[in-house]
Ligand binder design. Structure first.
Ligand code: CDP
Length: 246
């Protein structure tokens, strides 16, 4: 946040990459990209490239990690050493990767019907191949699709996106440079059917009024993101039905 030599992030109402304040970056999702996973998806969200593999439900091992009443969710988010110019080459997860793994796990604990799989574990692996701001949101959006392809029952297919603040302007879906110099960053994950918030983090300060606007912006963006998620889930079936038409 902030810092010297701060670039002008909004010029004549437009952002550095030409977007309007409430405009998403282009998003593309593909499913079934990992042969040996039970569910998988790949997302390109702006310059972020993220792959997600889902495994399970399968017996939680060692047994003491399981819960006799419901499935447990294990989640690992990590950045590839080549995913950005920053140093990711050191072995082992860092504090930030731990944090993102934890909040992502909590999102899916509240979305998956865990009680249907007592004693089982569901594993979610999110690998960031290229990063440009907003990877936790893109990772969650991608993992939701990967879980849906695995057939693991969920209440809903969540999506996530962040809103930032530059001066008095709220901007949707910040890229890395915006993230570096913005005055606030609020990533939110929503369950679109109920509007329930499954993740809410905040870096910087915002007012109550701004918070209401942020939630409204995110819900509106969710209509577009949800359609991209659904289209990705439908694509393999549509390809099959096209083949049968011939
Ligand atoms: O990715 P997200 O915005 O969810 O998390 P962040 O901690 O706000 O990081 C913003 C961006 O900084 C990331 O998307 C990466 O592009 C970059 N970053 C990085 O390359 N290496 C780190 N250890 C932390 C952040």
């Amino acid at each position: 946040m902030g810092g010297e030599n701060k670039p002008e992030l909004i010029v004549n109402g437009k952002r550095l990459d030409g977007r309007m304040p409430d405009e998403l970056r282009p998003i593309r999702i593909m499913t079934n990209v990992i042969k040996n996973a039970d569910g998988s998806a790949y997302i390109e969200w702006g310059d972020n490239k993220i792959i997600c593999g889902v495994y399970g439900p399968k017996e939680a091992l060692p047994k003491h990690t399981g819960n006799p009443e419901r499935a447990v969710v294990k989640c690992r988010y990590q950045m590839a050493p080549f995913s950005s110019l920053e140093d990711h080459g050191r072995t082992g997860p860092n504090r930030r990767a731990h944090e993102i793994s934890k909040v992502t796990k909590e999102v899916f604990e509240n979305a998956i019907l865990l009680e249907q799989f007592p004693g089982n574990a569901i594993e979610i692996y999110i690998e960031v191949l290229q990063s440009d701001g907003g990877t936790r949101a893109a990772g969650i959006t991608c993992a939701a699709v990967a879980l849906a392809t695995s057939g693991i029952p969920m209440r809903d297919v969540p999506f996530a996106v962040s809103v930032g603040k530059v001066g008095n302007t709220l901007i949707l879906d910040m890229n890395k440079i915006e993230d570096n110099y913005s005055d606030a960053d609020v990533p939110i994950c929503i369950s679109p059917r109920t509007g329930e918030i499954l993740l809410l983090q905040m870096d910087g300060n915002i007012t109550r009024e701004e918070f209401s606007t942020i939630v409204a912006m995110i819900k509106k963006a969710g209509e577009k993101i949800g359609k991209i998620q659904r289209d990705a889930l439908k694509a393999p079936y549509e390809a099959i039905s096209e083949r049968y038409k011939r």
